[in-house]
Each structure stands twice: as C-alpha cells, then as structure tokens.
Design a protein around this ligand. Structure first.
Ligand code: ADP
Length: 345
C-alpha cells in the first residue's frame, strides 16, 4: 500500500514536469541570462563541443532545473540528474562521472551540499576531464588516473556564497536567477493554464501572479489549486467552459482558493508570516540572529535563509544588519502592528 500523500506528491511532480518549457524561447523572463546562455550554447554547437560548465544560483522554483533540461535539449545531448546530498563520498562522484557518455549534460542540484572530498575530485574533472582514484590505504595507497568523457556540468544552488571559490571559479558561466516580475508570472500562468485546460481571465491571472512570491513554481501550484476550486465550486454551467473542456476560473475563485491555502493578499504563506510575526512581536523588530529566528518558528535555518528571507528582503519587509535581522516599517504595517518609531513621532 502506498502512502496517499506521497502518491499525491508524485502526481504533483509529474504535473510540474509537464509544465516545464523545453526551449529557451519558451522560458519566460530572465532575459539577460537567456541571451547569455543562448550565446554559450550556439558557440559550443558551432564547434561541436560540449558547452562550458554552468552555475545557476537563486531561490527554489525560479527555473534552475528547467534551464539544465533546456541546455541538454537545445544541444541535443542526454541529461543526467543528481544532487549534492546524493554525493556523500568521492566514490559516489567517481561512479557518476565515469559513467557519463561523451557530451552528456550532468545536472547537480544543491551542489553546495556535496561532500568535501567529492568537491576536490570535481575540480580536476571539470578542468581536465580526468579524476584520480585512490586505491589502497596508508603507505601502500596509490592513485590511478582515469580519463573521463567530456561533459557539461550544470550546478544549481540556492546559496552561491556557500561554494568554495576554487569550485565557483571552474564554471565558465555563472548566473543568478532573480525573482520574476508580476507580468512575467502572468505569462507563466497563461501558458500553464492552456496546458492544464483551465480558463483564467486576465484579472484572475494578474491576481495569481501578484500572489506567487515572484516564483514560477508557486504560480503553477496556485493555478492548479484555483483550477480545483473552479471545478468544484463553479457549478455545471462553468465546469466545461475553459480550453479543452476544462473549467473557467473567476477572480472570486482565485481569492477563495488562495485564502483556503493560507496565501495572503501579497502572496506571503504561513511560514513567511510566522517569521515576520516572530520578528515583530517576539523580538520587537530585531535585530535578531537568523538561527534564533529559525528556532522560534520551528524551521531549519537553511530554509529561512534560502527560501523565506530572500523574498522578505526583496519586498522590503526585512533588513539585514551586522547585528542580525530587523523588521521594517512596511512589515509592521502588513501585520497591522505599530512601528516603535511611529509611537515617538
Ligand atoms: P528550481 O530548479 O530553480 O527549483 P524548476 O526549474 O524546477 O526550479 O522550476 C519549477 C517550476 O516552475 C517548473 O514547473 C517550471 O516549469 C516552472 N518554471 C520555472 N521557471 C520558468 C520560466 N522562466 N518560464 C516558465 N516556467 C518556469
């Protein structure tokens, strides 16, 4: 018997996969990164060689995996997917690298979480397509050099700052993905709505885009929940008025569905609000250390730092100071709390 929650997760992953753009032309936004990657790929294709190694950084859900898939797809090369946490020993990496076919694209997600010993092996592999395999122990240990097929490494990380410099320096191209603008997210929603067979009028699309935390993955997820809502609550007359016989959603559906899933009117979710609430009320606006803040909301420091904080800083709700994180007047206003300085003024 399968865990129904896990089965649901797998379905969601499959749906997410189906919504992935397969080419740079279909990839919405990130104009600069797209142009840079286009050049990289075209030059490599002209010389019939694998493209330079690529490092993509930025918060989750902004398209790093999608871009890795596009690199493979556009250059007509196979793709191998792995992740930092799966590479716990140099041997894991050696096995992976030595099994690559010539020109293969190797994607390593969360590359900052790879084992140290593997990192060092990767330096040489990236530079010279060669690794040294250690055999034996102690005084009798020797290293055997092994040539690798040339490959393109695409590394992804939510925290580029955590990568050691020698590793970062070996990428020929490094891009940081930024949060998307609402009009770009509207395009993501429009494209996905067609694929999912749900009608979403312009104002409803804009509402979803506004409440997606600048993140395409969230936009797609909210769209699916809005589709569900329209399907269940829209009644028989609206159930099949969308594209390909699906439902049509209204702005009221959007509002009701997002309220049900605890997404507030500017797109903050429960965890975002818990962090803001702790910052404003428990720590009186800060400054407070990130790990203290994380413990107080019962979350991993890494999640707060790579998922929650970047967005709150981006919308001007949280500030970083040498002494810790602080809440801005806008954060107080959003929670309906009074900022200490306004008491004096
Ligand atoms: P990451 O690897 O950065 O966590 P993904 O590449 O897995 O993010 O993207 C998450 C979802 O968002 C995917 O379903 C993908 O289709 C969608 N997505 C991400 N970026 C874009 C984009 N620029 N245009 C259209 N869809 C996107």
């Amino acid at each position: 018997p399968r865990d129904p929650a896990q089965a649901q997760d797998e379905i969601e992953l499959a749906v997410e996969g189906a919504l992935r753009p397969a080419s740079l032309a279909e990839f919405v936004g990130q104009h600069k990164v797209r142009a840079q990657m286009q050049l990289l790929l075209e030059a490599a294709a002209m010389q019939d060689r694998p493209a330079d190694h690529i490092l993509l950084s930025g918060p989750p859900g902004l398209g790093k995996t999608t871009l890795a898939m596009i690199v493979a797809h556009e250059s007509g090369r196979p793709l191998r997917l792995s992740s930092g946490p799966a590479i716990q020993h140099a041997g894991d990496l050696a096995a992976l690298l030595s099994s690559l076919t010539p020109g293969e694209v190797l994607f390593i997600d969360e590359i900052h979480r790879m084992a140290r010993s593997a990192e060092e092996m990767l330096y040489l592999a990236m530079e010279d397509f060669r690794i040294d395999i250690m055999v034996g122990k102690g005084a009798g240990a020797t290293s055997i050099p092994l040539d690798l097929a040339p490959f393109t490494l695409v590394g992804a990380t939510t925290r580029a700052g955590l990568l050691p410099n020698p590793l970062r320096d070996r990428f020929g191209f490094t891009a940081h993905l930024e949060y998307y603008e609402p009009d770009e997210l509207e395009k993501v929603v429009e494209r996905s709505a067609t694929m999912l067979g749900v009608g979403v009028p312009a104002h409803a699309r804009a509402e979803i885009a506004r409440r997606s935390r600048g993140t395409p993955r969230i936009a797609n997820r909210l769209l699916r929940r809005v589709r569900d809502y329209a399907l269940v609550h829209g009644g028989a007359d609206r159930a099949s008025t969308g594209p390909r016989g699906g439902p049509t959603a209204t702005q009221a559906d959007v509002n009701a569905a997002l309220e049900l899933y605890d997404v507030d009117r500017i797109g903050l979710d429960r965890l975002d609000r818990a962090v803001l609430d702790a910052l404003v009320h428990r720590f009186r606006g800060g400054p407070v250390g990130l790990s203290t803040l994380a413990v107080s909301v019962g979350e991993e420091g890494e999640t707060i730092e790579s998922v929650v904080e970047p967005y709150l800083v981006r919308i001007g709700f949280m500030g970083r100071t040498p002494r810790g994180r602080i809440a801005t007047p806008d954060a107080y206003a959003h929670l309906g709390a009074r900022h200490p300085e306004s008491v004096l003024g």
